[in-house]
Design a protein around this ligand. Structure first.
Ligand code: PEP
Ligand code: MG
Length: 578
């Protein structure tokens, strides 16, 4: 038996046999081919195409979702595209290069050509070309990758890392738990695991070296512990912990229809964060007051991206389903960082976390941005929507996105497209410079929402997804708490409601502190809602404010952490502070 400690990323305990999944970095051989081997080389390429075609048709047989079927059919057509096939064959024949290299060259030049196209639909084909080209290359190199969406047995997935686009394909009915070498609590794969309600531990170091396929394994996502090949005593202990947790979750269900109000009558709005439309049932069953953050970029992470119509349908369905529950805050596309659009992996930056992300991406890809804004505005006619801009770093950037929003609104008016003329527009405060100029941003916006995942990352200069420095990622760092307090005070000075939608907002350990700091709204993964409500309903505003007074005088995150942990443990016992 072996026990590994990692970072608790998604609550619950999963037990089962491992399914091992490790990404291999593929280096394409840039080799030349002798004249007499050219025919063989071309044959190798065509055999790989045939093999990929068979693989895709098997996937098509199993695909149930209509958009998944459409993507597979498109890929099968592209595989037979005479331009693609003859371009590769010509390169092998005329330049005498290996087939893998030829395919790489052809897809790179096709992608570059599409990049400059004025037609957004054509540009969206980039991801498909990339996907299909790499399938053929992997097949020629004998490096086919397992398809996670067709895992048939119930397994615990152990991997080095997972791309958000891979995590999106997981079937929660099959994946009992996830254990990853890399990642932090606020990395997007961890956020998705919570969305899918799969118990998950990340940042385990090299767990992929320590397990084999089909090993027995227990993943405890509540405390961040993984037992490999557990002995009977340890398995029993885990099971007891699991049962205690299930009983507590059941008790919390009774709070579902009650409001999050302190004992002395101070109300806090509790909303949910979602990444996919499928999460709505969990949002409603956990009694959310609305959606405080719809991470719209996840619509774009599938091959082929998301057309205006696909986005409109998704936004409209969420807004309509939430009509009698509360408003839906749609955050405009926040790609970049660890959220890579398929097909754009090749365009990697030296420093993506500080790079072409969120509104920066939207301001240089106004075509994508305008389409998204139009889709949101159209959907806003069907209920209560709000728009929110991510990663704003200062007033000019906010002005620039607002100008585009106004232009798109005008365009809708001219074309007789109905939308909510009173739609509220909020600004995420997640870059330290934005926090420092909150007073300059406040007059230009309807609400603030503090994105602590990034605010902590940028304030402490610690990559939120890097487990090696995860010990530095401290929500209770006095510098972070001063910034959060300042944003709330500035927002309130300008009569703006101030929300928080980073993971800190759903952490039971932070609950009393956040209420005491005066946040009007907390938005979190649906699974955290009832625990947060439980805590808020058990305290008074004045004792939360007293806790804040004490904490703000402390000089280190260690002291703050110990103080809050003891406070919470005295009140709520081990479940909240595990
Ligand atoms: C945040 O940064 O806190 C946030 C909510 O946005 P994301 O996690 O998607 O970057
Ligand atoms: Mg963010």
């Amino acid at each position: 038996m072996r026990i590994l400690k990692g970072i608790a990323a998604s609550a619950g305990i999963g037990i089962g046999k491992t399914f091992l999944y490790v990404h291999e970095k593929i280096v394409i051989p840039h080799n030349t081919v002798e004249q007499e081997n050219i025919a063989f080389e071309i044959e190798r390429f065509n055999q790989a195409r045939n093999k990929v075609h068979v693989d895709l048709s098997l996937l098509l047989d199993d695909a149930t979702a209509e958009d998944h079927q459409k993507i597979l059919e498109t890929h099968m057509i592209m595989l037979q595209d005479p331009e693609f096939v003859t371009s590769v064959e010509n390169l092998v024949e005329n330049e005498g290069i290996g087939s893998e290299w030829a395919v790489e060259k052809v897809i790179t030049s096709l992608i570059e050509m599409l990049e400059t196209s004025a037609d957004p639909l054509l540009r969206e084909r980039k991801a498909d070309i990339y996907d299909i080209g790499w399938r053929v290359i992997r097949s020629m190199m004998g490096k086919s990758r397992a398809n996670l969406s067709i895992i048939n047995d119930e397994v615990v997935l152990v991997a080095d890392t997972l791309l958000p686009s891979e995590a999106l394909t997981l079937d929660p009915a099959k994946i009992k738990a996830i254990a990853l070498d890399r990642g932090g609590r606020t990395s997007h794969v961890a956020i998705l695991a919570r969305a899918l309600q799969i118990p998950t531990v990340v940042g385990l170091g090299r767990i992929t070296d320590k397990v084999h396929m089909d090993d027995e394994i227990i993943v405890d996502g509540n405390i961040g512990e993984v037992s490999i090949r557990p002995n009977t005593a340890s398995a029993m202990k885990m099971r007891q912990r699991f049962e205690k947790w299930v009983a507590h979750e059941k008790e919390l269900q009774e709070l579902k229809n009650l409001s999050a109000r302190t004992k002395d009558g101070h109300g806090v709005i509790l909303k949910a964060n979602i990444e996919t439309v499928e999460e709505l049932d969990a949002v409603i069953s956990h009694g959310a007051d609305g959606i405080g953050l719809f991470r719209s970029e996840f619509l774009f992470l599938k091959p082929g991206g998301a057309t205006e119509e696909e986005q409109f349908v998704a936004y409209k369905s969420v807004i309509e389903k939430m009509k009698n529950v509360g408003p839906v805050t749609i955050r405009t596309i926040d790609v970049g960082g660890d959220k890579v659009i398929p097909g754009m992996e090749g365009l990697s930056e030296e420093n993506p976390i500080l790079g072409w992300r969120a509104v920066r991406f939207c301001l240089s890809r106004k075509d994508i941005f305008r389409i998204q804004l139009r889709a949101i505005l159209r959907a806003s006619a069907f209920g209560k929507a709000k728009i929110m801009f991510p990663m704003v770093s200062g007033p000019e950037e906010l002005d620039n996105v607002m100008v585009i929003l106004e232009q798109v609104k005008d365009e809708c008016r001219r074309n007789g497209i109905e939308f909510d003329e009173d739609i509220e527009v909020g600004t995420m405060i997640e870059v330290p410079s934005a926090a420092l100029v909150a007073d300059l941003l406040a007059p230009k916006t309807d609400f603030f929402s503090i994105g602590t995942n990034d605010l902590i990352q940028y304030t402490i200069a610690v990559d939120r997804g890097n487990d090696k420095i995860a010990y530095l990622y401290q929500p209770f760092h006095p510098g972070v708490l001063r910034l959060v307090k300042m944003i709330i005070e500035k927002g309130h000075e300008f009569n703006l409601p101030v929300a928080m939608c980073g993971e800190m907002a759903g952490d039971p350990l932070s609950a009393v502190l956040l209420v005491g700091l005066g946040l009007d709204e907390l938005s979190m993964s649906p699974q955290s809602l009832l625990e947060m409500k439980n805590i808020i309903r058990s305290i008074t505003l004045s004792e939360a404010q007293e806790l804040v007074d004490n904490v703000m005088k402390m000089n280190s995150h260690i002291n703050i952490n110990t103080f809050i942990r003891e406070w919470m443990h005295d009140r709520f016992g081990s479940i909240v502070t595990a």
